[in-house]
Ligand binder design. Structure first.
Ligand SMILES: NC(=O)C1=CN([C@@H]2O[C@H](COP(=O)(O)OP(=O)(O)OC[C@H]3O[C@@H](n4cnc5c(N)ncnc54)[C@H](OP(=O)(O)O)[C@@H]3O)[C@@H](O)[C@H]2O)C=CC1
Ligand SMILES: CC(C)=CCC[C@@H](C)[C@H]1CC=C2C3=C(CC[C@@]21C)[C@@]1(C)CC[C@H](O)C(C)(C)[C@@H]1CC3
Length: 440
């Protein structure tokens, strides 16, 4: 359909009205399905919450074996605590307030189908610093942050419940949205599939952008708070934090701070540009990230590990290398997309595409087609190694992340082939490996 409309615009110049009609037709007739289609969209929302509860139960059990029969869920009294919804709502209210603060610059997003561009506040790093100061203050006043260890189940249950409610709200409100505001992928007419993928592309309440807010703030910062709480719990139990716990905390803190420092780059990711805001992203942002990305720190509370200085240095080097590849490759592409004449990218070899945009074929993007994924995977390995090699559970993140990135790469590839046609094939011939040089 994209090719069809591309050809049309080459030969005739459709009026705005005709374009809108075409777009309306296109958005009404999305047939392509991802994530296993309707079956996937029905099963995943059931399986994901069960997986979160399973992982948390296993992580806190003495054996911590991913291959064991699921340990019994804690009694209902441990799954629910009225403090959990209060903490969660308080955290969301604080992050929403900080999001609305008129600090930092305002950036424009990518051009939308109706030709407009949305404005986004770039104040994630400010919000992070203010949240850190407030957290520091409450700790100084004696707040027992380590108590979050006891609250993990109720907090996860509340976050998951809230993800369902928010996804339902987003699905329902999308029927009042103009068709141009709908995402092409989440608009098939099948309620289960559309609920899962998200119908509306950029749902907003006034100037509050719900998807952009959720992508980087409550869940991502919540992950760091949970990690810190596990460190405090370890101090409570053993008197001081272990080297392994410190490494996991510092590595993941660096990752989250990097994301917030480079907040503007999120505006060009697939999630913001292409995907609707539905259950998949809502659940991913609000429940999956904070409660599964923190598994290593939770694991270390119950399963302390001793790590030698040499081992620690090797892991730090691995994380440093991963971070270097991740950051340099992401920045190179962002710089190139923002200003291809900038001295840092002007000398790189590129190939032209019919859209007018060029593709890098040298530098990081000449090494493999997703150098940023390679860096991310190296970091993921460095986050698990401090937990030793006696258990598989701390390696869950790498397994999940590898599957996610391979699937994401395939989705991106499809979109790029549609966008760039022959030029993309030329790029793939020039750069044959996807993520790992000479291997994949
Ligand atoms: N921790 C986590 O859970 C997750 C982390 N990530 C990380 O998020 C980051 C962003 O990932 P993601 O949004 O998937 O994709 P990328 O940042 O890799 O962006 C892909 C896009 O880059 C552009 N592009 C591709 N090849 C070239 C080239 N040779 N030259 C110029 N532009 C090119 C294309 O867009 P166009 O041409 O339109 O500009 C393509 O659609 C990654 O670092 C990833 O590791 C992602 C998912 C989960
Ligand atoms: C299993 C499940 C529900 C999957 C949903 C996937 C989401 C968890 C991820 C999709 C893309 C993401 C990104 C980040 C976090 C995870 C999700 C939401 C990200 C914010 C992490 C920090 C990075 O620096 C990033 C900003 C590049 C990244 C963007 C994509």
């Amino acid at each position: 359909m994209e090719v069809w409309s591309g050809c049309l615009s080459n030969f005739v110049l459709p009026s705005r009205n005709t374009e809108m009609k075409l777009d309306k037709q296109r958005s009404r007739h999305t047939t392509e399905r991802e994530f296993g289609g309707t079956l996937g969209a029905t099963c995943i929302p059931v399986l994901l919450p069960l997986t979160v509860l399973y992982l948390l139960s296993v992580c806190r059990s003495p054996g911590a074996s991913l291959l064991q029969w699921p340990p019994p869920l804690p009694p209902t009294s441990q799954l629910w605590d009225p403090v959990a919804p209060m903490l969660l709502l308080g955290w969301l209210a604080l992050q929403s307030f900080l999001y609305m603060l008129p600090v930092g610059k305002v950036a424009e997003g990518m051009v939308l189908r109706d030709g407009s561009r949305l404005k986004y506040p770039i104040n994630g790093f400010h919000s992070f610093c203010i949240s850190a100061i407030l957290l520091g203050l409450t700790l100084w006043l004696g707040m027992p942050l380590g108590y979050l260890f006891e609250l993990l189940f109720p907090l996860a249950v509340c976050s998951m419940g809230m993800s369902f409610l928010l996804s339902l709200y987003l699905y329902l409100r999308s029927f009042w949205a103009p068709y141009q505001a709908l995402s092409l992928g989440g608009n098939t007419g099948n309620p289960l599939y559309d609920f899962f993928m998200g119908r509306e592309l950029n749902p907003r309440i006034g100037r509050f952008d719900l998807k952009y807010f959720c992508e980087l703030r409550p869940g991502l910062m919540g992950w760091v708070v949970i990690n810190l709480a596990m460190l405090m719990k370890e101090v409570e139990l053993r008197g001081s934090p272990s080297f392994a716990m410190l490494l996991v905390n510092v590595f993941q803190l660096l990752y989250v701070m990097d994301a917030l420092w480079n907040e503007e780059a999120v505006l060009t990711t697939m999630d913001i540009v292409h995907d609707g805001f539905g259950f998949m992203l809502v659940f991913g942002d609000m429940a999956w990230v904070p409660f599964t990305y923190s598994l290593q720190a939770i694991f270390l509370v119950i399963h302390p590990q001793s790590l030698s200085a040499i081992g620690g240095i090797a892991i730090i080097a691995l994380n440093g290398m991963g971070y270097y590849i991740f950051r340099r490759s992401n920045s190179q592409k962002n710089q190139f997309r923002r200003d291809p004449t900038h001295p840092s990218v002007a000398g790189l070899e590129t190939i032209a595409t019919a859209t007018g945009k060029r593709l890098l074929v040298s530098g990081w993007w000449g090494l493999v087609r997703h150098p940023n994924y390679l860096g991310d995977l190296l970091m993921a390995t460095a986050w698990s190694l401090p937990c030793g090699v006696s258990h598989l559970l701390p390696y869950f993140y790498i397994i999940y992340f590898t599957v996610l990135l391979i699937h994401r790469e395939a989705r991106d590839e499809k979109q790029c082939r549609r966008k760039y046609g022959l030029a993309w094939d030329t790029y793939c011939r020039r750069v044959p490996y996807r993520i790992i040089p000479y291997i994949y």
